[in-house]
Design a protein around this ligand. Sequence first.
Ligand code: BES
Ligand code: MN
Ligand code: ZN
Length: 506
Amino acid sequence: MDFSIKTNDAKTSIASLKAGCIAVGIYENKKLSPQALALDKTGEITAALKSGDISGKPGSTLLLRKVAGVTAERVLLIGLGPDGELSDKVMSMAALCVARTLSTLGASDALLALPFDGIAKQTPERDLAWAIRATILVLRDGSYRSDTLKSKKETTSGVKKIAFLVATANAAAAKEAVAQGLALANGIDLTKELGNLPGNVCTPTYLANTAKRLAKEYKLSVEVLDRKQLEALKMGSFLSVARGGGEAPKFIIIKHLGGKAKDAPTVLVGKGITFDTGGISLKGGAGMDEMKYDMCGAGSVLGTIRAIAELKLKLNVIGVIPATENMPSGTATKPGDIVTSMSGQTIEVLNTDAEGRLVLCDALTYVERFKPAAVVDIATLTGACVTSLGHHNSGLFTRHDSAHDALANELLSAGKATGDTAWRMPIEDSYQEQLKSNFADMANIGGPAGGSITAACFLERYTKKYTWAHLDIAGTAWKSGAAKGATGRPVALLTTFLINRAAAVK
Ligand code: BES
Ligand code: MN
Ligand code: ZN
């Protein structure tokens, strides 16, 4: 899919613009958007509304061919609800309708003449750029196919060239929005692809090679540590998870240094369990295949790095990924084993299925050396997070002081701006008590109550030296059922968070 901007000055009527299809908005109560009005030379559009063929409600569409007085071959009417409010929901509904219709058309190009220019007047963050980015994301989401490992690729039909029609005054902002939308979509696609690849293909080595490939393409620096180097660093907790598997563990560090040399980096740490069987505390068989997605934290770090590298973001960002599988075997860690983390704190592994926190804690200690401005870890950490927040919001955990409240708010608003939302959860001493061990500094599980919170509390103990946030994406990183697949979340949240940070240091 190819996206571009077309400007519309007052002199040329949009009725005379050439296109395979031109999409315009209409409102409820048979009201036409300014663009629809401009196409309605002979009243055909008004007649179509009067006939009741389209209600104007969000989700309603009508395709007209060869409208008199209109050069474009087709006119696609898109219902936008009541005039005057273009909410998140209406916007994504409209984009979905556009995507669905364009994917079935015989036309090769389309012009989107939706009432984008007027949006900014309503809510500042719901501006033209927002609408363009959102539309690109929906269209690219619809055209993504997980057919890498199918012997026959699905053929994609439909419109390939899409232009946004905007006022000349908005052209520069619109162009930047297209670049951001594309970078985001490319990052999201990479994250989906990595998530969807099975555990026998997307191994720790595969993740490391993906990081190296990105580094080469975008001139980033990358370092991959192997088992020996991890032993030298005393990452006893991470390595205890890697004891059972046949695949070699890898610790990946990838740096996008787009800011000033003296600026402290923002660090992203992604859980990279390329398959989670549970280890000796083996999971049940039903649906276990979905544990190939247990590296989606790592995938979203690589997807985000790809997006910001493509945008040449002026910010120092470091991605860190502890990658291993979690397998049972004769050499695997056993329940009750006590391991020593890189921080020196000892951990009683009461359940080998709580392995995410065991790999993350050593990564969180490792990143102290970067003297980070902030650290955000991203992990498919707990089933409990799915129970509490479902599939709509990622769980956001931070300490509760002013510096952490500020970081939390940055992440929450980046989520809101992209529809890739998160919901804040507590970290408190009362939950910390559940991690008490009789034999080590802490246990790796805190009992059945508040499972996503005690997991975050465990990580919190390794993050005292910097400002830190944890995103539990167990419910948001992939979908089960008929539409099974990785979602690419929370790449949009993270990328927007970093774009906003870069704008703040300017
Ligand atoms: N990768 C899982 C978390 C998970 C479970 C994500 C289901 C998505 C869906 C994690 O490693 C895990 O197994 N967590 C355990 C923790 C428990 C043993 C304290 C869980 O959530 O059951
Ligand atoms: Mn597990
Ligand atoms: Zn896991």
